[in-house]
Design a protein around this ligand. Structure first.
Ligand code: SF4
Length: 422
């Protein structure tokens, strides 16, 4: 069968469809680049914001319009709204998050117990979701109850994947010629808590037991880390990039969000990271316009964001999600105010990101080329990510997709940097 895999939202969703691709391939099916030529489609949906939920529905409708008669929605929106998902055109069945790991054997009517994918290396999915970097799921679910978060509801309790399974997935990705491994989860920092281990132990084991050349960590909740964690970066295979969701720079708002951090503990963590990891890139997530956020609380957030000098991040306008504590809070901020605050915070981050890029002009970094955007008389135009998560473009005499090259950074080019391969 020709199968189209689509996803929306987080890296974990991407990691999950990459794993489904391996499973379908090992069962003898073909993964196709778009819906037009597919007989079946799986869509890993998202519910993190109202917009993401709406985009998930549109994706399913578009796939039905493309002529796919067997569509299987899964993921967070599907888990929260299974009836709505089942009512969409050409939906064969819905698979909620708690049954997602067995989606492929169930859909193919194969016995779960004996279904084996070991022989098949992980290779990129064709089409829009083609990635050079392999996203590896190490953990699912979350035991925290941040009041704005619907993911903790859709994904359920925190559960860690066994070390051996993670190592096996990484080796399969490396055998499939992946040059960079990205560890991902809903609450990555809680990996191992069930068996008295810490994410630190997982990272050490991966660096010890695999030939990974570039290892990157996805989003980490600040309260899971301490200064000692940063000594891991003595191993240069660990990419100097930390994504630490702040969500708010106001302690009173952090309290209403039930975030297990304060501005001071966040500040101390960032100072330790910058002391122990040279040139570390710190990115973040922030919510603008959380319920009852006063102008003063917003200005506290803006001051703190300016102080932290993030080099990138996502600013979300607060999106009320049914079932969350924040959706029941009084003092919902007007949408136009959320939007205005979002814009101001984005400008602040864009400014500090530009100063960070400025520091690297003339410096040498290694870049994993992730896309070939165009070809003209000058050669192939490449784009990719450096170790410290700078978006870099350069011209090459031949296509260098999925290759790692040393480059010299020449100048800032909008949100990217222009470089020459050396
Ligand atoms: S830590 Fe908070 S924001 Fe992150 S998934 Fe858990 S509940 Fe959601």
């Amino acid at each position: 069968m020709k199968i189209f895999l689509d996803t929306i939202g987080c890296r974990l969703n991407q990691a999950e469809i990459e794993n489904m691709a391996r499973q379908f391939r090992s069962a003898g099916h073909e993964i196709v680049a778009n819906a037009d030529s597919a007989e079946m489609a799986v869509v890993n949906t998202c519910a993190v914001t109202t917009q993401a939920a709406s985009d998930s529905r549109s994706k399913i409708r578009n796939i039905a319009r493309a002529g796919v008669e067997q569509i299987i929605p899964t993921g967070c929106w599907t888990t929260l709204q299974p009836k709505e998902a089942l009512a969409l055109p050409n939906v064969l069945q819905v698979v909620t998050n708690d049954k997602k790991d067995f989606l492929v054997p169930n859909v193919l009517n194969l016995p779960q117990e004996t279904f084996d994918i070991e022989p098949i290396d992980r290779t990129p999915i064709p089409g829009l979701h083609r990635r050079t970097r392999a996203f590896i799921k190490v953990q699912d679910g979350c035991d925290n109850k941040c009041t704005f978060c619907v993911t903790t509801i859709a994904r359920g309790e925190s559960i860690s994947r066994p070390l051996a399974n993670v190592i096996a997935d990484i080796n399969s990705a490396l055998a499939g010629d992946s040059k960079e491994i990205v560890l991902t989860g809903v609450h990555l920092g809680s990996w191992g808590q069930e068996f008295n281990h810490h994410l630190r132990d997982l990272v050490k084991a991966i660096l010890r037991e695999t030939d990974v050349k570039r290892l990157r960590l996805s989003s980490l909740e600040p309260w899971d880390l301490d200064a000692g964690f940063f000594s891991l970066w003595e191993d240069k295979r660990l990419m100097p990039h930390l994504h630490l969701p702040l969500q708010s720079g106001s302690d009173s708002v952090l309290k209403r969000m039930l975030r297990k951090t304060t501005t001071d503990s966040f500040r101390q963590l960032v100072l330790s990271a910058r002391k122990l990891i040279p040139d570390v890139a710190i990115t973040t997530d922030i919510i603008a316009g959380f319920p009852a956020e006063t102008e003063d609380e917003f200005l506290q957030t803006l001051d703190f964001v300016n102080e932290m000098q993030f080099v990138g991040g996502h600013v979300f306008s607060y999106s009320s999600r049914a079932g969350t504590g924040a959706s029941r809070m009084k003092g919902q901020v007007k949408p136009e105010v959320r939007k205005k605050r979002n814009h101001i915070l984005q400008e602040s981050i864009a400014e500090s990101a530009k100063s960070y890029r400025q520091k690297f002009i003339g410096k040498k970094v290694s870049v994993l080329w992730e896309s070939t955007t165009e070809y003209d008389e000058f050669g192939w135009k490449m784009e990719g990510w450096s170790e410290n998560y700078l978006r870099v473009s350069a011209v090459a005499s031949s296509p260098r997709w999925n290759e790692v090259d040393k480059v010299k950074l020449l100048e800032i080019d909008g949100e990217k940097m222009k470089a020459e391969i050396i």
